[in-house]
Design a protein around this ligand. Structure first.
Ligand SMILES: Cc1ncc(COP(=O)(O)O)c(C=O)c1O
Length: 494
């Protein structure tokens, strides 16, 4: 969801495209003034050859170092993971599966892929008759690979309603300016088939319960029984609660559907046992590797060996050419970290931090946290009682050094570009070593930023003016300095 929103955001705001020449030039000037001067002998190859790109990367490093990255889908990878992903492995073509490649010279690539699969089996405690595909490039292509493997064009797929926290790749379409009827528990999509999943399949979305904002399994069962989808999907970008995988599998079995559990967000928490696992229950499990799993940018598909055989064919020749061997190696290195007691502690702390954040926001500052809390790594805030739109709050927080994203909330009547909520998560700051004490401070800063947004001078103001004025606010600048001080106490190993 956040990708869909941000992809459109700049266009709507008419802000310059970041690749424009002027932007790069001003970035260079800025970087040149903030970076230590180095003589040409100790310049890195990139710095010497392409200072424009080098300087932009340096600035991004500083941004990551000095701000609290609290976008729930992001994390900070170890130097070892980044070394693998930046290695010569990206030079090699290896279409096919291990031992059966279409090109020569894959003896080491094969070993890396087999190692990654073995580590995935260990991390997710796979049953003996399950296996993994580690070749898809991202969560969206992982889902598409599953559809290609198991479905025919035009089949019905049924996933969670996007504005309630589902994902684009689970079949999203809409009609502009025609929000779904809030009284209906099912959504049949609209005219704009914005994702490939809705272009080639028929889609139905189930919603969360309007009161609890949690899954209503009886209602999911009723809709599935009526519609008889070929694939039932769970998982999403902004659903803070655990899912009853057994119940969903029962529903899928009853209606003759496959059940896909997409754990893109919580994969690391699943591996660490911090939340329940769908492995061995769902027919297929997909995940991204770059969120809570902290293993570089890629995806993994887990399923019974018979299904994995079909998925391997859907990946190649169905969807991809050569796999990203550097990304697969990054996943192998990340999974070695995942298979340690330290990672288990990390994942537990991610959840404790998110739960502490939710509690602080609710009890001390009267925020309306969707579903009353969280079981995972993210907190979804309904801002309607605060009378500050999500987009304004997330922009103000960013200037204060706390990076999150505006988000729809269940039943939101506002559009995705100007929704009523904010999503915030703890995976990255927990990687920095932050715990409850720091979360207490962060919650206080969030409340301070919110109160600034509520000041009279920002009421009725247009967003394009707000984002300039809030940046100049002295109190916001004071918080940004305090945030930076905290970040420096928990430095990133860049
Ligand atoms: C539930 C879910 N599935 C799939 C994806 C897509 O992953 P990617 O961005 O790697 O394509 C996401 C990304 O946020 C997600 O949250």
């Amino acid at each position: 969801m956040e990708e869909y929103i941000t992809a459109n955001q700049d266009n709507n705001n008419n802000t310059p495209n970041t690749t424009s020449y002027q932007t790069i030039q001003s970035a260079n000037n800025l970087a040149a003034s903030t970076l230590p001067t180095q003589n040409s002998t100790n310049q890195s190859p990139l710095q010497a050859q392409d200072p424009e790109v080098y300087n932009l990367i340096k600035q991004e490093e500083q941004r990551q170092q000095h701000k609290l990255s609290m976008i729930a889908s992001e994390n900070f990878f170890s130097k070892a993971v980044r070394e693998a992903t930046g290695s010569v492995l990206s030079n090699k073509y290896s279409e096919g599966n291990t031992g059966k490649r279409y090109y020569e010279g894959n003896e080491f690539i094969d070993q890396i892929e087999l190692l990654t699969i073995a580590r995935a089996k260990e991390a997710f405690n796979l049953p003996d008759d399950w296996s993994a595909n580690v070749q898809t490039l991202s969560g969206s292509t992982a889902n598409l690979s599953v559809y290609l493997a198991l479905l025919n064009i035009g089949d019905f797929i049924m996933g969670m309603y996007l504005p309630d926290g589902g994902h684009l790749s689970h079949g999203w379409s809409y009609t502009p300016k025609q929000p779904a009827d809030p009284k209906k528990t099912v959504y049949y999509g609209g005219k704009n088939k914005v994702n490939i999943s809705s272009k080639i399949f028929n889609t139905i979305s189930y919603k969360v319960d309007p009161v609890t904002k949690q899954f209503d399994y009886d209602e999911v069962e009723r809709i599935a029984t009526l519609q008889k989808p070929k694939l039932l999907i769970t998982g999403g970008t902004a659903y803070p609660r655990n899912i009853d995988y057994k119940r969903m599998k029962q529903i899928a079995t009853k209606v003759g559907a496959y059940y896909l559990a997409d754990v893109a967000h919580e994969a690391g928490l699943v591996a660490a046992g911090a939340v329940p696992s769908p492995v061995g229950i769902a027919d297929v499990v997909t995940m991204t590797t770059h969120k809570t799993l902290r293993s570089g940018r890629s995806a993994i598909i887990l399923a019974h060996k018979d299904i994995i055989k079909k998925i391997n064919k859907a990946v190649l020749p169905g969807l991809l050419g050569g796999p990203f061997n550097h990304a697969i190696a990054g996943v192998a290195v990340g999974l070695k970290e995942v298979n340690t007691p330290q990672f288990k502690e990390y994942a537990q702390q991610v959840v404790k931090n998110a739960q502490h954040l939710a509690n602080e926001l609710i009890t001390k500052y009267q925020f309306n946290v969707v579903s009353g809390g969280t079981d995972k790594h993210l907190v979804l805030i309904d801002l309607t009682n605060k009378n500050v739109p999500g987009r304004f709050f997330s922009k103000a927080l960013d200037h204060a050094g706390i990076v999150s994203n505006y988000n729809t909330i269940p039943g939101d009547l506002k559009p995705p570009l100007n929704p009523s909520g904010l999503r915030i998560g703890t995976p990255w700051i927990t990687t920095r070593g932050m715990k409850e004490e720091q979360i207490t401070q962060i919650a206080s800063w969030m409340d301070q930023v919110l109160k600034i947004c509520q000041e009279d001078r920002y009421q009725g103001i247009k967003f394009k003016d707000f984002k300039i004025e809030i940046k100049q606010n002295i109190e916001i600048q004071r918080i940004a300095k305090e945030v930076k001080q905290l970040c420096l106490q928990f430095p990133l190993d860049i």
